[in-house]
Design a protein around this ligand. Structure first.
Ligand code: NAP
Length: 323
């Protein structure tokens, strides 16, 4: 049995792994079957992670965190956790491949998932002019007219990035002021290719097989109008990815995992949470990384308190992890 399993491969997960590995807890990190690295894999330049005065590309930062975690003995498996059993002292994680892994402590760092507009046509048009990732799909909109929905940092970042390709980028926001940080707002305001569409809700995405526009409803007088577009990017925030722990861990009213005081301890002994999945407030790469470090330290203290036998627990055979 392992000492620590970490679920999630964003800044929180890999920082927890670095700390747990350096504490010689030989952590196993369940990354994902699709993409390791979390949301930063979909961003461009990260300018506010300390230590990189010139900025660093999101995927490069995640690559470095993984390299650092593996250097100290973290084992990464590229699979999805599909269920967990955490009631007893042994925490069991079932993987998509059918295997199970067990540990005395579990760190939950599953991050958050993109929020959708909740429109019926979203599923059909996703990948057909509708996207949640400017860095992934921006290239397809060279010299096109597109729009970004949202008023936070993500929307400003996406809109600014997309002006590299598109000839025109509308930012559609439901209010008349932005939630984004001042520097990100100013960058968007200063960009000649960006035009703001204020006080507007997207009530329909138009197009049968490809996005051809959106129907907007004024939040003031309720009037509707259509805006012709070649593409639409949705950047309206994220929701904590907690589907694995529903009914198992206490959650806050906003859906994040509830923690005890300033610790990373959840409502179940031996289970810790870090990063966006437990953070309704800060949700930055650096705060996620910081909470990942705290979770590893909390897990280390928990294991030490349980007795030295857990610190020398047997490693599982790798056979049970193979597909
Ligand atoms: P966010 O700050 O929660 O902003 C979401 C935006 O989408 C808000 O403007 C919100 O409008 C709007 N919105 C939410 N639901 C909507 C809906 N159903 N229809 C239309 N609009 C909707 O999310 P975020 O921009 O993804 O940022 C998340 C966190 O990551 C933040 O802490 C942010 O600072 C951080 N972040 C940082 C950077 C950076 O520093 N480089 C980049 C990206 C993200 P209201 O304003 O009316 O609520």
């Amino acid at each position: 049995m392992r000492e620590v399993i970490i679920i999630g491969s964003g800044p929180a997960g890999f920082t927890a792994a670095i700390y747990a590995a350096r504490a010689q807890l030989t952590p196993l990190l369940v990354a994902s079957s699709l993409e390791t690295g979390g949301e930063l894999m979909k961003t461009t330049e990260v300018e506010n992670f300390p230590g990189f005065p010139e900025g660093i590309m999101g995927p490069d930062l995640m690559g470095k965190l993984q390299e650092q975690a593996e250097r100290f003995g973290t084992e990464v498996i590229y699979d999805d956790a599909i269920s967990i059993d955490i009631a007893g002292p042994v925490k069991k994680v079932t993987l998509e491949n059918g295997g199970t892994v067990e540990a005395s402590a579990l760190i939950f760092a599953t991050g958050s998932a993109y929020r959708t507009l909740g429109l019926a046509e979203e599923e059909a048009l996703s990948g057909h002019g509708l996207s949640w990732c400017a860095t992934c799909d921006g290239f397809f909109f060279r010299d096109k007219t597109i729009a970004v929905v949202g008023g936070g940092d993500s929307a400003m970042e996406e809109a600014t990035f997309l002006t590299r390709f598109a000839s025109k980028v509308y930012v559609i926001h439901r209010r008349d002021s932005l939630r984004a940080s001042k520097i990100m707002q100013q960058r968007a305001f200063d960009n000649e290719k960006i035009e703001f569409v204020w006080n507007s809700d997207v009530v329909a995405i138009l197009g049968d097989t490809e996005v051809s526009g959106v129907r907007l409803r004024s939040t003031g007088d309720g009037s509707e109008r259509d805006l012709a577009l070649d593409g639409l990017f949705v950047a309206i925030g994220n929701d904590p990815r907690t589907h694995l722990v529903h009914g198992l861990l206490d959650l806050n009213p906003d859906g994040t995992i509830a923690l005890q005081g300033r610790s990373t301890k959840t409502s179940v002994a031996g289970v810790f949470a870090a990063g966006d999945v437990a953070d309704p407030t800060y949700r930055q790469a650096i705060t996620a990384a910081g909470s990942g470090a705290a979770a590893a330290i909390d897990a280390e203290h928990y294991l030490a308190a349980r007795g030295t036998e857990t610190a020398h627990a047997e490693q599982p055979g790798r056979g049970d992890l193979s597909r």
